[in-house]
Design a protein around this ligand. Structure first.
Ligand code: ZN
Length: 182
C-alpha cells in the first residue's frame, strides 16, 4: 500500500481553546495512531524553526509529542515527568505564538516515562535544552503554555524586538478578545 502523509494539519495559534484542554491519553497503538504521529512530525518539519510539537498544536487533544532537537528524534506518547532536579532560566518560544520569546525557569534535569508508537514503555533522562523542551511540550498536554510561566512582564520578538505585554497574551490565550480565524 502506498504511504501517504498529507499535510492536512495546521498549527493552531494561542487563543484556540484546544490549547487549554487536558489532552486524552493514547490507548490504542494501531496504524491510525502511526499516521497521526507521522502527520505531527511532518507538521513540525514544515514549520520554520520548530524543535518540538505537541498534538494539541495541530488541534488533536491527545497526549503525543514529537521532538527533533540537538540530533535527537523522539516520539513520546503519554509522557510523564517522574522526577526532576535543579533549575535553569532561559528564553523559550512556541510554534503557536511564532517569533515571540520569554524567560522561563524550568528544571535542569528531568526523567520522563513514555510509550513509543507501538506502546513499549521507555524511560529517559535529559538535561539542559532538551529537558526544557520536554517540559514545555508535556505542559502542552495539560493545557499549560509557556506564557503561564514567563517571569518577565513582556514577550519580545526574536527578530524585530517588538514587545507584547504578557498579560495581553495571557488574556488572548484564555479566550478573551479572541476572534476565530479560518
Ligand atoms: Zn509550545
Amino acid at each position: 500500500m502506498k504511504k501517504r502523509i498529507k499535510s492536512k494539519y495546521k498549527i493552531v495559534q494561542f487563543g484556540q481553546p484546544v490549547l487549554r484542554e487536558i489532552a486524552k491519553p493514547v490507548t490504542v497503538f494501531h496504524h491510525k495512531l502511526h499516521e497521526l504521529v507521522d502527520s505531527l512530525a511532518e507538521t513540525l518539519y514544515r514549520s520554520e524553526d520548530g524543535a518540538a510539537i505537541a498534538a494539541p498544536q495541530i488541534g488533536v487533544s491527545k497526549r503525543i509529542v514529537v521532538i527533533d532537537y540537538e540530533d535527537e528524534y523522539l516520539e513520546l506518547l503519554n509522557p510523564e515527568i517522574i522526577s526532576s532536579s535543579g533549575t535553569q532560566t532561559g528564553y523559550e518560544g512556541c510554534l503557536s505564538l511564532p517569533g515571540f520569546i520569554g524567560n522561563v525557569t524550568r528544571a535542569q534535569t528531568v526523567k520522563v516515562k513514555y510509550q513509543d508508537r507501538d506502546g513499549n514503555e521507555i524511560t529517559i533522562e535529559k538535561n539542559g535544552n532538551l529537558a526544557r523542551c520536554l517540559q514545555h511540550e508535556i505542559d502542552h498536554l495539560d493545557g499549560i503554555l509557556f506564557i503561564d510561566k514567563v517571569i518577565d512582564k513582556f514577550l519580545v520578538h526574536q527578530d524585530t524586538d517588538e514587545k507584547l505585554k504578557l498579560q495581553d497574551v495571557l488574556d488572548l490565550s484564555n479566550g478573551k478578545n479572541f476572534e476565530a480565524t479560518t
